[in-house]
Structures are given as C-alpha cells and as structure tokens.
Design a protein around this ligand. Structure first.
Ligand code: ADP
Ligand code: MG
Length: 280
C-alpha cells in the first residue's frame, strides 16, 4: 500500500477549468477522498452553485441550508457550515447551495469582493493551522467572481484536462487568466498540477493529448491518467466517491495513484511556493 506523508503545511488547491464537463468535480471529490482514505485530513469546499461536489459527497445542499454562500457573505465561518463526510471522518465538506448562484451579483458591490473566500480560509488556518493537510476547492465552469475568489484564496491550481481533440483549446485562456490573477491579486498562485481525465487507452488521440501536455507542462502534469469509466460517473448518484463506491475498480485505483503522486510532490511544491514568496 502507498504511503501518504503529511505535507509540511496545508496545501490549498483550487480545481479549475472554465470548460464544463472536463472532470473538475469528479477530480475534486475523488482526490479529496483518496487523500482522506490514506489518513490525511481534508476540507473540500464546493464553490459551484450547482452543488455537484456536495451531491457526490452526500451532503445536503438544498436551498437555504448553511453553505459557502453564508461564508462569502460573512454571516458564518467555514467551521460553522462544514460537515463531516459520511465515509471518512477526516474529510469535511462545505456545501454550495443554489443560493450561491445569485451571489456573484450581490458580492460584486463589496469592497473586498475578491477576497471573501480567502479571508474565511485564513481565519480557519489562524484558528487551527494544522487542522487540515489539504483544502480543495471545486470551482464552477466560468471565470467569474466565484472562481476569482477561489483563485485568490489558494496557492495552487489543479487543472483537469479531458483527453479529447479540443483539450488544448481554452487552456491558453485559462493560463492567461491565472497569470492575471497572479499579477494583480495573488502573487503566490501557481499551477502546480494538471491531470488528464477520461483517458481512453485504446485511442491514439488520448495518447496524443497526454504527450502534447507532457511536452509543454512536464513536471506539472501527473503521470497518472484517469480512465473513462462508467463506475466513476455512477458514484455521485449514490452520494459517494469512487473510493468507497468501487474500491477495487480501475477508477478508484487511478484516483488513488493521482492523489499519491500529487501528495508525493508536496515538498517540491512548497519549496516552489516559498521561492515565489521570496521574489515578491
Ligand atoms: P466538471 O466539474 O468539470 O463540469 P464533472 O466532474 O462533473 O465535470 O464531469 C462531467 C461528467 O463526466 C459527469 O457526468 C461525470 O460523472 C463524468 N465523468 C467525469 N470523469 C469521468 C470519467 N473518468 N469517466 C467517466 N465519466 C466521467
Ligand atoms: Mg463541476
């Protein structure tokens, strides 16, 4: 079995890609679960009004429930809205309710509008610096204010990339936006990780996408790829991650290995972040 070493400090990661359907939520949920399965403590924050990550974790996100919306609006702390996941006591989930869909407009007028999530996470870390090994934020498929809040609150971005013909299209735009956020708001931000999802090893195309990304982003893209699997797409309807829904299946193994690879890079990533801070 793989050994998951605790990172020296809390890793703050946003799972982002403005394209919908590339596997952001699936990755956020399953990487979070795989890390938790191996004993790391994880906070998963759903920042998509659709609440798909909340659903997949079996956490209530119906209209009016306490959610990240209350946190952004300053009414409640992350600790007050989180709940422990059913399957892992060391995995907490902050749900997103549909109320969040109106938040973008409401929050736009606030002075500190970019840093609402950042303040909440900083307050959490100030209270209990060692409580979490990972804070993972599942982003909506847009580049709006909610995503901006996520990018201002984290240090790392994990970009899931679907192995398909148009995979690289839009990636440039995303990296450009991340660059802007880095220069204007969050100098600490780095793209630490890319993960190829829905990989079909029978097709040449999947391999070509992987090779192309590998060529451009070596050291960032994980060697592990996530296969296309019906089980992975079924798991959320049972309120479960693939890790508990189909523990021995290919999807579970792949997400376990991706989480292992991500975690084994902790020291390197943290060093890179510290160098970046030094250059500010
Ligand atoms: P996003 O959050 O980027 O919009 P999702 O994670 O919701 O994307 O994935 C989009 C759809 O594809 C969902 O129905 C999901 O269940 C499915 N899906 C994601 N990853 C896989 C996979 N590896 N194999 C099969 N289906 C997948
Ligand atoms: Mg999603």
């Amino acid at each position: 079995s793989l050994e998951f070493k605790k990172p020296a400090e809390t890793r703050l990661i946003a799972v982002a890609n403005q394209k919908g359907g590339v596997g952001k939520t699936t990755t956020a949920v399953n990487v979070a679960s795989a890390l938790a399965e191996h004993g790391l403590s994880v906070l998963l924050i759903d920042m998509d009004p659709q609440g798909n990550a909340s659903t997949a974790m079996g956490v209530d996100h119906s209209e009016g429930v306490r959610s990240v919306y209350d946190v952004l609006e300053g009414r409640l702390s992350l600790n007050e809205v989180k709940s422990s996941s059913e399957h892992f006591s060391n995995l907490d989930v902050v749900p997103a309710s549909i109320d969040l869909s109106g938040a973008e407009m409401e929050l736009a007028t606030l002075h500190e509008r970019n840093n609402l999530l950042n303040s909440a996470i900083q307050a959490l870390l100030a209270d209990a610096p060692t409580q979490y090994d990972y804070v993972i934020v599942d982003c909506a498929p847009s580049l709006g204010l909610l995503v901006l809040n996520a990018l201002c609150a984290v240090k790392e971005v994990l970009i899931p990339i679907q192995a398909e013909y148009y995979a690289l299209e839009g990636l440039g735009q995303l990296l450009h936006t991340i660059g802007l956020v880095q220069r204007s708001f969050n100098p600490k931000l780095i793209v630490s990780t890319m993960l190829i999802t829905m990989y079909d090893k029978r097709t040449l195309l999947s391999k070509e996408v992987f090779d192309e990304i590998q060529r451009h982003y070596e050291g960032i893209v994980l060697n592990t790829t996530i296969p296309r699997s019906v089980k992975i797409s079924e798991a959320p309807s049972f309120g479960q991650s693939i890790i508990t829904y189909d523990p021995r299946g290919a999807g579970s193994v792949a997400y376990g290995e991706a989480a292992y690879e991500l975690n084994s890079r902790s020291e390197k990533v943290i060093q890179k972040l510290h160098r970046q801070e030094g250059n500010e």
